[in-house]
Design a protein around this ligand. Structure first.
Ligand SMILES: Nc1ncnc2c1ncn2[C@@H]1O[C@H](COP(=O)(O)OP(=O)(O)OP(=O)(O)O)[C@@H](O)[C@H]1O
Length: 695
């Protein structure tokens, strides 16, 4: 935790928390007026590839998932062949450069022999030259092969995992989806934008390929280099010197590239803070009036100067100080010698050339050969070392990828099929709440307390009450968006927790108050109400007609194919039509939502829906449209049980078999309209005040 002393400013690039007084894990540096705290690196972190030692634990945990991933990827059609080609390309790129190096050494031998004996073995020369050229060609061909294969491979793996991840996310229930941990888990796996994103699985394979390739290359090049060295005077000496100079250069570059760890900065220098305060006073137009009217210009200047003199030259912004510190740290005794060290091999070469003038051309060529070989070798060594840590990161990513599929839903599935007898549904279903209490996850107060009521099959229940009284929550519990904390809900005489979730939800048609429109076409928005009939255009059209949306939809230029909110934006500077269309379309949204519900419940003769739930569908309608909708609902529901929530006391309550009048999470009064009027309680009072206006 960050325990603020008298800090006035803190910055941080990375998310993280630490205690600045914990000197074992946090390093404190004074950067002029700033106190800079950074997380100490583990001691081993300087060794390339070890900076993520803790990630190796992830690596172990990730291994079983990798096995699954490999099996999955190989099972994707044609991926096995593509992967094989990719592996060949990668291995080729590792082996051919080493082979080329060996041929180059052979060429040098030929030159050496030519100088010493004045003879050339022409066929050997031809053979070696051809070998050298073939290696170059093959190396290039392997690079092209890898590159060409990568595109279809990435696309195929991406598509396969895309579908899998889509399902992993789509299947989650509400309380699970709303959990912070689950959200974090999903965020880690789903990139914000898919643009140019390489699928995690392919990235992991690619990293593994780089790892294997770099390892093979190090071995092959090392081997070839040994061969070349064995045949050249001073080869080993030149090799060691070149290796040392290049290795150290890499090492210092690597250190310079260390990523910023978790850090924070603060200042306790009061004069610096005062300076910044005055700076704001004069730069912010909001203070100008008072500065001028109060004659504060001179005073402000002298105060600023006083503070500035006290702080002196240390008054830099934190970022600026941090930059200077980085520059300061960049200089060391080693950096002084680093550069001249690069020339040591040349000096050694020059000295030897003076000693053996006859071998100058060969030595020159071997120097070049050894230098470029060492360069490649060391670059590969570092690539290898770095890829070990990224292999660990990739494995962790693969594990997360698969774990998303294992997230358990909080609402547990039941085992009892519903309805056991299909004709049961046709005659609609009974609903009963037995002393149900419920709190939303993380909420302190009850959203429902001791709710009890009973609805016989085919009855109409209207739940009324002010906003926040708990009406919607009753409907949400019936479809098991959440489970009650206490007691039980029965549907058709069964505790709903025992019923198969799919069957239960299949038997219910629900229209939520805060219904949303999917970024799909209007047709699909309606059809989604009943996936089993989604392909039937007449069915969709009828649902739209019954929902009162057909005439509105037909007036749109693209009719049922109109997108209210197009998920793919045209890539041009301005958009005219789509916005205009969506403004007009908004008016018909309610109708589309009702049509979606009807698609499931009333259009089809042999529907399996026995219970209709409407959560304030008339909230945004004017009284005439509301009256219309009520009549339509009453007509169309047939014998189905219906629960209807509303904060208005109007038309529908008079037709209700049961009215639940709710206030502050409890049912205050229950009965028919007549019964409640007779009782002259709260319902009767409010009805008298409100209802006539809507009749
Ligand atoms: N997802 C949620 N998380 C936490 N609390 C919630 C959530 N949804 C509703 N509530 C709270 O539960 C209580 C009952 O809400 P509910 O939505 O059931 O009331 P309502 O009578 O339907 O009102 P409205 O018509 O405004 O939806 C309210 O206090 C509300 O703030």
């Amino acid at each position: 935790m960050w325990r603020p002393g008298r800090q006035t400013n803190t910055f941080s690039d990375r998310k993280g928390t630490f205690d600045p007084t914990d000197t074992r894990h946090v390093k404190h540096t004074k950067l002029e007026v700033w106190d800079f705290y950074e997380e100490r690196e583990p001691k081993l972190a300087r060794i390339p590839g070890s900076s993520s030692l803790e990630k190796y634990m992830d690596l172990l945990e990730g291994l079983p998932y990798v096995w699954r991933m490999v099996k999955d990827v190989l099972a994707i059609p044609t991926c096995a062949v593509l992967l094989l080609l990719y592996a060949v390309g990668q291995l080729g790129q590792a082996i051919f450069p080493a082979l080329g190096l060996w041929y180059q050494g052979q060429l040098l031998n030929i030159v050496q022999v030519a100088i010493d004996t004045r003879t050339v073995d022409a066929s050997h020369l031809l053979h070696v030259s051809a070998g050298r050229i073939m290696c170059s060609l093959a190396q290039r061909a392997m690079a092209i092969l890898s590159f060409r294969v990568q595109e279809p491979l990435t696309a195929r793996i991406g598509r396969w995992y895309g579908v899998r991840l889509f399902h992993a996310r789509a299947r989650l229930d509400l309380p699970t989806y709303e959990t912070t941990n689950v959200q974090r888990q999903l965020d880690e796996v789903f990139p914000e934008s898919d643009l140019g994103k390489i699928p995690v699985a392919f990235e992991a394979l690619q990293t593994a390929a780089i790892f294997v390739r770099a390892g093979t290359q190090v071995l092959a090049q090392g081997f070839a280099l040994m061969q070349v060295l064995g045949e050249h005077r001073d080869g080993l000496l030149l090799c060691v010197i070149t290796g040392l100079s290049q290795g150290t250069m890499w090492f210092s570059q690597l250190n310079a590239m260390q990523p910023t760890r978790v850090w924070a900065a603060t200042t306790t220098n009061e004069e610096y803070v005062k300076m910044q305060g005055w700076r704001r006073v004069v730069s912010d137009a909001a203070h100008r009036k008072e500065i001028v009217a109060g004659n504060l210009g001179e005073y402000a200047s002298s105060e600023f100067k006083k503070a500035s003199d006290k702080v002196g030259d240390k008054a830099g912004e934190f970022r600026e100080q941090q930059r200077w510190e980085a520059v300061r740290q960049g200089f060391s005794l080693w950096t002084l010698f680093e550069h001249p060290f690069q020339y040591v091999p040349h000096i050694v070469f020059a000295l030897r050339a003076i000693q053996y003038p006859a071998s100058i051309p060969v030595s020159l060529a071997s120097l070049h050969l050894i230098q470029s070989a060492m360069h490649g070798l060391i670059a590969n060594f570092y690539r290898l070392a770095n890829s070990t840590s990224s292999v660990a990161e990739q494995l962790a990513a693969v594990r997360k990828l698969y774990e998303v599929g294992n997230i358990k839903n909080k609402v547990q599935d039941g085992t009892v099929p519903f309805p056991e007898d299909a004709s049961e549904i046709k005659s609609s279903v009974a609903v009963e709440f037995r002393n149900v209490s419920f709190k939303y996850p993380g909420a302190e107060n009850y959203a429902l307390r001791n709710i009890s009521f009973k609805l016989a099959p085919g009855q109409l229940c209207v739940i009324v009450g002010v906003n926040g009284s708990g009406k919607s929550t009753i409907l949400k519990l019936i479809v098991r968006l959440y489970d009650p904390d206490e007691e039980e809900i029965l549907i058709g005489g069964h505790d709903i927790r025992t019923l198969k979730l799919h069957d239960l939800r299949q038997a219910i048609s629900v229209l939520f108050q805060d219904f949303t429109h999917f970024p799909l076409s209007i047709r699909d928005n309606i059809a989604i109400g009943d996936p089993s009939a989604a392909g039937d255009d007449d069915h969709v059209r009828l649902a739209a007609r019954l929902g009162g949306a057909e005439s509105f939809i037909e007036k749109l230029p693209d009719g049922f194919n109109t997108y209210l909110d197009r998920p793919v934006r045209d890539l041009k500077e301005r958009r005219h039509s789509s916005d205009a269309a969506s403004t007009t379309a908004r008016c018909g949204m309610q109708g589309i939502a009702v049509a979606r519900t009807f698609m499931r419940s009333v259009v089809s003769e042999d529907t399996n829906v026995g219970l209709l739930l409407f959560d304030e569908p008339s909230a945004s309608l004017d009284p005439v449209a509301e009256h219309d909708l009520f009549n339509r609902l009453r007509e169309l529901r047939g014998s189905k049980t219906m629960l209807f929530s509303s904060h208005r006391f109007g038309n529908l309550t008079r037709h209700a078999d049961l009215i639940l009048y709710m206030n502050e999470s409890v049912v205050v009064e229950a009965g028919t309209h007549e019964e409640l009027l007779k009782r002259e309680g709260e319902y009767a009072n409010i009805w008298k005040l409100q209802a006539q206006a809507f009749m």
